[in-house]
Design a protein around this ligand. Structure first.
Ligand code: G6P
Length: 362
């Protein structure tokens, strides 16, 4: 059945491996053969009415929202704010005149997110839930629902729901751009890009033995580690660091590469692992400069670089996508690095201590 591990030792690895299939399923689900979109027209109308989108989420779903912001802003030309549910509920900022709320939640049950939804419902604001669980609480209580179609996610650390959320955000942004008649609506061939992403993830998961070896060398005997990046690579770095710390208990931080010198660089010692994600040609040389700075202070470094920007010595080369969509592939080696670092430490990667799959208390 869907929830058996099959031949996999852990759900987390199975779920990482399922990502290409999930992306392809979502393209089939939401993009029709003729290139039109399979979304409720009422949802698209409500989005067209809005002057600003507010994405509300927790944990990994929040990180999928951070990536969704530049995707939606670039494709659909509408401002997007991304908010932590646990903060937003009690400290609601001044809202725009016509806000539209998007709740991202793998489980659809997160109490922090639900608490905000109850409040925005009370104020009469339109809402959409992106969730993996049909008829979940957040799905029932929002005006609209889009399903992530990722199949049950059993491992506590979320992997396939993250890439599924980014995929749905992307397709939805494109549908909105088309509905708004934006001249830029077809600048980005979303269907083609998502196909490239699915194939790209497949090549990464096919090279998992190499990544296992790298994880072993890179994270051996360390108590802390850093992921750095700029722009979209920074947002991916936050999720990469979260995944690593959740399951391996290595204290990991995602950092804006340019901010290192304003603080965190003081933490670099002989042998501190610093992984850089580099997929944006605008800033690639700057991030490479930051890698050299930490190397000069003794850091052990690892570069995850898109093919078009790769140089000799880069350890993990990933397929090139439109920059803003690059987390769909750049996150995958970091999921595998977290997975293998955890196995090497002898921990149960599917059930990290103190964490629950869905948190139904505020
Ligand atoms: C819990 C899980 C996280 C998850 C977060 C949000 O804390 O341990 O992995 O990202 O909740 O969950 P949701 O179901 O709302 O996406």
């Amino acid at each position: 059945s869907d929830i058996s591990k099959g031949t996999y030792p852990y759900y987390m690895l199975k779920e990482i491996d399922e990502q290409p299939a999930v992306l392809r399923r979502l393209v089939q689900e939401y993009i029709n053969e003729d290139g039109t979109f399979n979304f409720d027209p009422k949802l698209i109308d409500a989005l067209k009415e809005a002057d600003r989108l507010y994405i509300v989420a927790a944990g990994t779903s929040y990180h999928a929202g951070l990536v969704g912001k530049p995707i939606i802003e670039q494709i659909a030309q509408i401002p997007v704010e991304v908010e932590l549910a646990s903060e937003f509920g009690y400290h609601m900022p001044l809202l725009s005149k016509k806000p539209f709320f998007i709740y991202l939640s793998q489980s659809g049950e997160t109490a922090d997110s639900r608490q905000v939804l109850v409040e925005t419902n009370k104020r009469g604001f339109p809402s959409l839930t992106l969730t993996n669980v049909e008829a979940s609480t957040l799905s029932r209580e929002a005006d609209f629902t889009l399903l992530l179609k990722a199949g049950p996610e059993i491992a506590v650390a979320s992997t396939k729901a993250y890439t599924a959320q980014i995929t749905v955000e992307t397709i939805l942004a494109q549908a909105l751009a088309v509905a708004k008649g934006l001249p830029s609506a077809n600048d980005l061939d979303v269907k083609h890009q998502l196909g490239l992403a699915a194939n790209g993830i497949q090549t990464i998961v096919d090279s998992k033995d190499d990544i296992e070896q790298l994880a072993h060398e890179f994270f051996a005997n360390t108590r802390n580690a850093f992921y750095i990046g700029r722009g979209i690579d920074y947002w991916a770095s936050l999720e990469a660091a979260l995944k690593l710390k959740e399951v391996s208990y290595i204290q990991a931080e995602g950092f804006a590469a340019g901010e290192l010198k304003h603080g965190t660089i003081s933490l670099i010692e002989e042998g501190t692992p610093v992984a850089a994600i580099i997929t944006d040609k605008e800033t690639a040389s700057h991030t490479r400069g930051n890698v050299q700075e930490v190397q000069a202070r003794g850091a052990k470094t690892l570069k995850i670089v898109s093919e078009d920007l790769a140089q000799a010595g880069d350890q993990i080369i990933i397929p090139t996508l439109e920059t803003v969509l690059s987390p769909l592939v750049s996150i995958v080696p970091t999921q595998l690095l977290a997975y293998y670092a955890t196995l090497q430490r002898g921990y149960n990667v599917d059930q990290p201590r103190n964490l629950a799959k869905s948190v139904t208390v505020e």
